[in-house]
Design a protein around this ligand. Structure first.
Ligand code: SF4
Ligand code: MG
Length: 336
């Protein structure tokens, strides 16, 4: 199917008092029409920063898209001016956050907040916008929308607030929905309902979804493809089936081993990956996972692993899968 979004060699850094943090270090991926891509990894791996870069929702002064490109329907997003970005946000690419209370305005009725986007992007009258807002609230499963339209966020439960945020994000029929940990704050039952809602919306509208999560259970339920991120890089990418049944990267294997499973006694301790991610002020020279990897070889500490193909849809950045690692004492010419 058609490629909507193409991210190529994206680098994002932040300036802090402690120096420059290299949060995203050469990320490349594509998103096709109607598909759901999950970006998974531990907190600080760069998954949220990657997602926010797509909408240029990063702090203007302290962050920098260094190199790389983000093309959306052929348009280069890293070079767009604020006016064009505002046109795209909401109408073409929309974002859903973890916490509606901080992402939305608690002092404006939810009806006004849904209508705002419709009026801005579709230039409709208030009456027409109101009609669309009502339909959208119904679609996301809010009962009695006429009455609910006039209410404020605090009058809704956590799950209902998430539904409202999704309504606001989806009301202008965007091509891409980016959801950053959209179910993390919810209990398991509500989580499942929100996942179902995403799937229903996708079926109905054909929207592409990028879901950012640390929860592989969520990935299994919703995603077509997965990017596993570690220390600002994609370490493995593949279809859900490939990653769950044939993981190649030691980090992906570790994540899967630490995933709670329904067929397991919940009281059993999970197997977390020992150690912590590297300092992104000064990323390691070789593989960023080397300090935590039980398979680390000499080459891993010196040279960064590059993507090696496992199948046409599956690739991994690990020396274990790279035939050139055997030439460890004669590093290939391509290396620095
Ligand atoms: Fe482990 Fe080496 Fe693979 Fe990195 S490149 S994950 S250190 S085996
Ligand atoms: Mg995050």
């Amino acid at each position: 199917s058609d490629v909507l979004l193409e991210v190529d060699n994206l680098h994002v850094s932040f300036t802090t008092y402690g120096g420059e943090i290299k949060a995203v270090r050469g990320v490349s991926f594509m998103l096709s029409e109607g598909e759901t891509l999950a970006i998974v990894g531990e907190s600080g791996c760069g998954k949220s920063v990657t997602a926010r870069s797509l909408m240029r929702l990063l702090p203007e002064r302290s962050s920098k898209i260094g190199e790389g490109s983000i093309r959306f329907k052929g348009e280069e997003l890293t070079k767009l001016n604020e006016k064009r970005l505002r046109e795209l946000r909401g109408s073409e690419i929309s974002m859903i956050f973890q916490d509606a209370m901080t992402a939305l305005n608690p002092t404006i009725s939810i009806g006004e907040q849904i209508m705002e986007g419709i009026i801005r992007h579709q230039k409709l009258s208030r009456a027409e916008a109101r009609k669309q807002a009502l339909e959208m609230l119904g679609l996301v499963g809010i009962t009695n929308p006429e009455m609910r339209l006039k209410q404020y966020l605090h009058e809704f439960s956590g799950g209902m607030r998430q539904r409202i945020m999704i309504a606001i994000a989806a009301v202008c029929n965007p091509s891409v929905l980016i959801a950053d940990e959209p179910t993390t704050a919810l209990d398991v039952t509500i989580q499942a309902q929100i996942i179902d809602l995403f799937r229903m919306l996708q079926k109905k509208t054909g929207v592409s979804i990028i879901i950012i999560t640390h929860d592989l259970g969520v990935v299994a339920k919703i995603a077509d493809r997965v990017n596993v991120m570690y220390a600002g890089k994609i370490v493995e990418t593949g279809t859900v089936t490939e990653l769950f049944h044939n993981p190649q990267h030691p980090y992906t294997k570790g994540l899967l081993a630490s995933m709670p499973r329904l067929d397991m006694d919940r009281k059993l301790p999970l197997t977390p990956i020992p150690g912590t991610p590297p300092d992104l002020f000064a990323p390691p020279r070789g593989c960023a996972f080397a300090a935590r990897c039980t398979y680390a070889m000499e080459v891993c500490g010196t040279y960064q692993p590059e993507q090696t193909r496992v199948s046409h849809s599956h690739s991994v950045a690990c020396w274990l899968q790279d035939p050139r690692a055997k030439a460890v004492f004669q590093p290939p010419n391509k290396m620095e």
